[in-house]
Write a protein that binds this ligand. Sequence first.
Ligand code: CAA
Length: 291
Amino acid sequence: MDIKTVGIVGAGQMGNGIAHVMALAGYDVTMTDISEDALQAAIKLIDSNMERQVSRDKITAEAKADAMARIATTVTLTDLGPSDLIIEAATERETVKQAIFEDLLPHLKPHTILTSNTSSISITRLASRTDRPEKFMGFHFMNPVPVMQLVELIRGIATDSETYDACKQVVDKLGKTAASAEDFPAFIVNRILMPMINEAVYTLYEGVGNVQSIDSSMKLGANHPMGPLELADFIGLDTCLAIMNVLHDGLADTKYRPCPLLTKYVEAGWLGRKTQRGFYDYRGETPVPTR
Ligand code: CAA
């Protein structure tokens, strides 16, 4: 199956990055969100991220102009119906994702492939509530999408090989690398990454180190590009907590219990960069540790 048009649900951190790379790869993109303001902010961000690539000679000004012209926006979810491929990148809450799929279903073409950028929710369960479990799968990008090379492709129990192959071809066309993951809680990357981040929060909670020493240790001692607490702020502490809960509930092993300090930050609304405060305070010139 030849995919030409891509619908993206959600213009947030992940959605705008996905629109960015899809448009640069030549796909016609329609991106939707609930507010016009969110869509406008996303277009501005895509423009500035592409400009950064132009200024570093990663892409030409012409490629940027062509790609920007390929991105349409709409606040009407059902406008995405005619797309060949739909990638849902809304909030990491199952009820939200389910409601989106329910609204979309009557408007889809028979051949439309439905996917979710979920970082941890069961693909098989999401698929089972649609009319096309064989044409449903997980299409999981990493943040920042234009920079990170990996895409996890997750088959639900019913996903057919035609659907998998079509998605794999899209990943190839993006110039990214696909990793095939089985549909178990949090798949591969987050199954390994989130317990490490959660352990970093326990290390902070128990006073083994402070924010600075924990992040420096992992940057300088393990060559990670970001420290685990800085990375948690970058991903969003609410997302980190949601993924730990999926691991804890889905695998029923206490080794996945979310650190109470992570829960406390989320309860405070200190969700990381997106709210200007998390393990660091981003309101000034340079980030300042909050512990
Ligand atoms: N769009 C386009 N280009 C971008 C970009 C964006 N949004 N963000 C960064 N870049 C580019 C920069 O222009 C720069 O390009 P050059 O190499 O040509 O100079 C390059 O990326 C590096 O950026 P910076 O120099 O600004 O900063 P850096 O060297 O500190 O790198 C980083 C930034 C790439 C984010 C790096 O710190 C990193 O790799 N961090 C770890 C990220 C990570 O682990 N992501 C996965 C999170 S887990 C996940 O996403 C899954 C989930 O479900 C939660």
